[in-house]
Design a protein around this ligand. Sequence first.
Ligand code: SF4
Length: 189
Amino acid sequence: MAPPPAGVPTQYLPIQHWVKGGQRRPEWLKARVPDGEGYREIKETMCGLNLHTVCEEARCPNIGECWNNHTATFMILGNICTRSRGFCAVLTGKPIELDVDESKRVADAAEKMGLKHAVITSVNRDELADGGASIFAATIRGIRERIPCCTVEVLPPDFKGDRDEGPCSTRGPTRSTTTSRPCHACTRR
Ligand code: SF4
């Protein structure tokens, strides 16, 4: 079975047809059990530094492919989100105490992985006064100081719409920093 044509979202393909018709799903639709040298290296780094990735926490099916290509997305502010969304596999609950050393360990991991571009997202921490913005800013600074040539892309929470907070507010560093829109802040058209 050929892969989906470029530009055609998978959701529009007749997946149900294969399921109902009892046909085998095409190879490109099957997620493999992740393994491989790159995968194991990143797993070891993240476990060793007690860090989280959205790749694992959200059970992303691309994890084997991405990690073996040395691509991963850090998830900071712990691994327990204060918001619940039916489509999201990240744990919801009461988060543990803020880990103020996390930003340093993310820089350690970025250095160890030899990153030229670091991507950082987080859980929501609505119980914190700044929503975790200070940790975002510290993480960006930490990476910039440790690896000056590394660009940083952040996908922060919505900080409940507070424009004074966030890693790209006046309190945060902006040099070589890209801010993208996280899934949970997207609205439907
Ligand atoms: S980098 Fe993105 S697409 Fe790749 S495994 Fe992680 S979350 Fe999934």
